[in-house]
Design a binder for this molecule. Sequence first.
Ligand code: ADP
Ligand code: ZN
Length: 727
Amino acid sequence: MNDPDAKPTKNLRQETVRVLLPLPLGDGYDYLVPPSLTLGKGSFVTVPLGRKEEVIGIVWDEGSGKVEASKLKAITSVLDLAPLDETTRRFVDWVAGYTLTPAGSILKMVLGGQLRPLKDKDKLPCTLADFKTNLSFPRKRESSAECQRGKRLMSAADAAQLDSRFRGNDEVGENNAQNILSEYGNYIDTLAPVLSPEQESAAAALTAAVKDNTFSVTLLDGVTGSGKTEVYGEALAQCFKDGRQALLLLPEIAMTAALFSRLEARFGLAPTLWHSGLTEKQRRLNWHAIKQGKARFILGARSALFLPYADLGLIVVDEEHEGAYKQEEGVIYHGRDMAVVRANVGAIPIVLASATPSLETLHNVQQGKYRHLILRRRFGEASMPTIKIIDLRHEKMPTQSFISDPLLQALQSAVENGQQAMLFLNRRGYAPLTLCRACGLRLQCPSCTSWMIEHKRTGRLHCHQCGYNMTVPKACPTCGAEDKFAACGPGIERIAEEIAVRLPEARTAIMASDTIADAKAAQAMVKQMDDHAIDLLIGTQIMAKGYHFPRLTTVGVIDADLGLAGGDPRAAERTFQLLQQVAGRSGRAEEAGTVYLQTTNPDHPVMRALMAGERDAFMQAEMRERKNYHLPPFGRLATITVAGADKQQVIDIARHIAAASPQNKNMRILGPAPAPFAILRGKHRYRLMVQAGRGVSLSSAIGAWLAPLPLPRTIKVQVDIDPYSFL
Ligand code: ADP
Ligand code: ZN
C-alpha cells in the first residue's frame, strides 16, 4: 500500500520514549512522541518538566511503561543537533551504575554543564589544523633537537594556504579531505623530535596500538625527564594522521597551561581546552567543535572524559598516579579509572603515563592486563638527581627557623651559580596553626573540624575546607588574654619570609593553588621561570607535576615526613610518589640536580627507597602489605558517608544503615565512625567502610542495600566506590 501521507519512518516506532534529563533525577521520564517529530535514540529534544516549559534532554530508550501513556506529556521539539552517539550513552549508563549516581548527573557532564546551542555568529575553534600563519615558537627552545625542529617548519605562506583549505573542509570532497590529511601528516612529521632508541621503541609500540584501533591499556613508565610527553606525542600524531580525535588528560588546570605551547609547537595546532576555568563562550564553542569532530586535539581535566566526541581514537592520561584525578564531590569518580572504561566502551587504546605509577596500575601490569613500556634514562645529557637526606634530629635550628644550614648553603650556591632552586612544602599559607600562648587554645573553623590557617597574603585566617575567613582576634575567645596569638609551624609563606631574611639576594616566587588561581597565572609563572626572572620557587604540590625548568638544579623538601602522618595505608605510596615527582623537577638539562630531604625519619622505607632509587622494591613491599590486609587492589573498598546538621540524627541513620547491611560473608562493614573531617561546612559526618573480596560487585551490593532505606531529607548519603584514601 502506498500512502502519500505516510510520516517519515522513525527509528523508534514506540509512541513513548524515555528521555534522560541532565538533572539528578534518576533514569529520566517517559514522554509521548508526537507524530510530527522524527527522532531516535540519542536525539536531543526539549520536553516540559514540572512548571518548566522546555528542558533539554536526550532520547535514551523506548518508554519504560511505568506510567500510563494517557498521563504522559509530549516531547516539544527535536533540536538541530546530531544524536548523541551510542558509545557516550553506554558510557553514561556504565558510570552511573558503577558510581551509584543518577544517570542524569553524568549526562550533565556530557552536555558540559548546561547545553547551549550555537549562535549564528559563532565561529568554531580549530578545524583539523588551526595553523598559525606564523608558527613562531612562543618559548625559546633549549635543546638542539628542538632547534632543528624549528628550522624545518613550514613556511608561513604554505601554512596559511593549508589552513585556509582546512577551514573550507566542509565543502571539500572526500578525496580532497584525504589529500589534506596526508599533507598534514607529512607536515607534523617534520615537527617530530628525533627520538632516542629507547624512546623510539616505546613510541613504535604506542603508534602500533593506535593503528590497531581496538581497546588496549599501556603503561608508559618512564623516569622523570625521560621524554614521556615526546613519546606519547607520537601516538597522538598517529591519531591525527588517521583523521581522528585524541584526548590528553592532565590532573590539573595549571599543567594544561604549562604544556599548551609545547604541544601546539609539536602538532602545529592549538589544543582545544576543556576544564572548569573556561568562559561560558569558550565552553559553548569547544563543546560543539568536539561534538562535530572539528576539534581534533582535546587537552583537558578529568571532566573532558565525558564529552560527546565525534570520533575519539586515543586517550592519554598523564601523571596517572595523581590523586587529583579523583573527584570527591558531586559525582564521585576516579578520572583515570573512568578513562580506562571510556576506552573500553569505545574500543580504543589508552595510554597511562607516569614516573611513579600507582600501585593499582602496576598490579594490572603484573596481572598481564596492561602493557608496560619502560623508559629508564633521562633524555639527552641529563642524569637522575642525587638525593640527600638531612637528618633534622642532628641539625641545630633556631626556633621559628625551618631551613637547615646545609639546605640553605645548597640554595645559595645554586643561586650564585646562575641556577634555579625550588623549596617544597605541602602547606599553603603562613602557619598551619594559630594558638593562644596564654591558654593553648587553637583557633578552629566554626563550621569544620579544621584549624584556621594564617595567610599573610590576605592578612586573615582561612579555613582550607570551607573558605571561611576572619581577622586574627585581638583577645582570645576562651581566656580573654590580648595579643597572645602566635603562629605555629611553617607554611610556604613563612618559608618565603625566612628566605627573604637568610638569602635576600634570591628572587623568589610562591606557587600554590591560591597564588596560581588559573591557567593564565600558571603560564605567567612558567614564563618567569623560563626567563630566569625567578631564582627560587617556593610552593606546594601543584609545582611538583610535569613542569620542565631546564635551569632548575636544586630542590629542597622542607618536611619530607609531612604526608606520612595520619595512618592512611596509602600514605607511604602517596608520599613516595609526591617526593619522587618533586625531586624529578631538578637536573633536567645539562646541569646535574640534587634534592635535599629534611626529615626526622631517615630510616623510613619511603626515604630509603627515594635515596636508593628503588621504586620497584618499595612498591613490591607496599603491595605485600596491601595483600596481607586485603586492601585494594587485592580486595575492594567503598565508603558510605552520612551527613547532616543534626549530629544525633546522623549517628542514628548511620547505625540504621549498618544494621540493614546485607548478610554476605565476602563483605565486612566497619563503623559507623566519625569521618576524617567529622564536621564540614556545618554538617556532621559519619562513615561506614565496606570491605569486600575482589569478586564482589560493590556497586550493585550497596545499591541494593541502600535503595529501600527511607532517608529523611535532612540527611545526605554519599557512596564512594574505590575511595582514594583508605583511612
Ligand atoms: P617527562 O614527561 O618524561 O618528565 P619530558 O617529555 O618533559 O619528560 O621531556 C623532558 C625534556 O626533554 C623536554 O624538554 C623534552 O622536550 C626533551 N626531550 C625529550 N625527548 C626528546 C627528544 N627525543 N628530542 C628532543 N627533546 C627531547
Ligand atoms: Zn571551615
